[in-house]
Design a protein around this ligand. Sequence first.
Ligand code: IMP
Ligand code: MG
Length: 369
Amino acid sequence: MIKLHDLYFKPFISAKEIDSAVQTMADDIAADLGDEVPVFIGILNGSFMLVSDFVKKYPKPCEVTFIKLASYEGVKSTEDIQRLIGLTQDLTGRTVVILEDIIDSGNTLEEVHRIFKNENVKQLLIATLFYKPEAYDKDFKLHYVGMEIPNKFIVGYGLDYNGLGRDLPAVYQLKTTQHMTNIVLFGPPGAGKGTQANFLKEKYDLIHISTGDVFRFNIKNETALGMLAKSFMDKGELVPDQVTIDMLNKEVEKNADAKGFIFDGFPRTNAQAKALDELMEDKDSQINAMVALEVDDEVLVERLLERGKTSGRTDDSDENIIRNRIKQYYTKTAILKDYYADQNKYFGVDGVGSIEDITVRLSTVLDKL
Ligand code: IMP
Ligand code: MG
């Protein structure tokens, strides 16, 4: 992953793949042009790297020149194309091949056609290394295309983001989500998870996703997924992981600009942990840590009994039920502890002390992620 200015990019097309696409374009064009000596015209700035590599691979004599146009601002194409350096030679009767690094909306290409309208060239051919079919809204024929790519912003191999990235030999794609810190929060009943989650979410600007809340929300609002989940629950069956994952996916997508997420109540099994990893990877992100509040059983029992006196929760007033819930927690989460520990992502935090003390301990972990 690389960072240019404020944005993160991930590897997308390797230097080797680019090299072979350029080679193919050079061979195809050479085969089609026969004995004709073409004039290759690079569109500056972006095409400088392509033109240099291309002409070295072009197996026959050729001429090379450049024109300089500018249309891009930041990560968006604009319609206002500026001619910074125009044609400087007579091209009457010549075969001209435009070499573009990338064709996006086609606005630049339209300007190129305008420039050549009265030049009386023999033929005007368009070759582009990258082409975004979903963004292209013109009718000009593209004679040679190195690679079709999705409509996402890329940098490298001549292409820049506000001036940076042109020098990179490979191509990188803008990450769908920017840098996020995602944690899975764990803790036995009574460990103070809720209290700490509220604090962490404020301090680090994270979105707290409690699976229980997400379920209740979807069922209450009768969303398609909520109804689906309910149909299993009504039959007394477990809701399939995929349904839960789909709900979480919706929550993540609703908050695509978030600095990260706190997952609470999920995953509970190895399969769910894997599914969550896949979900995050799909968003160009990852789970950074499982953070578990560690509290001694006796302290938990004491806290829960104390809470039971005022909360009225029946499961908080019976010591046997409490001990059983704690036991179950350890049996169930042991696998997950291993899952994350194997990736060096398990962080146990001492959950005994004042709320502030525990918060400081948690922050120490999060600050390092
Ligand atoms: P178009 O005029 O929209 O076809 O865009 C053409 C020009 O926009 C290219 O020559 C590039 O300079 C720039 N451009 C288009 N897409 C990208 C991209 O993904 N990354 C960087 N520059 C781009
Ligand atoms: Mg360009």
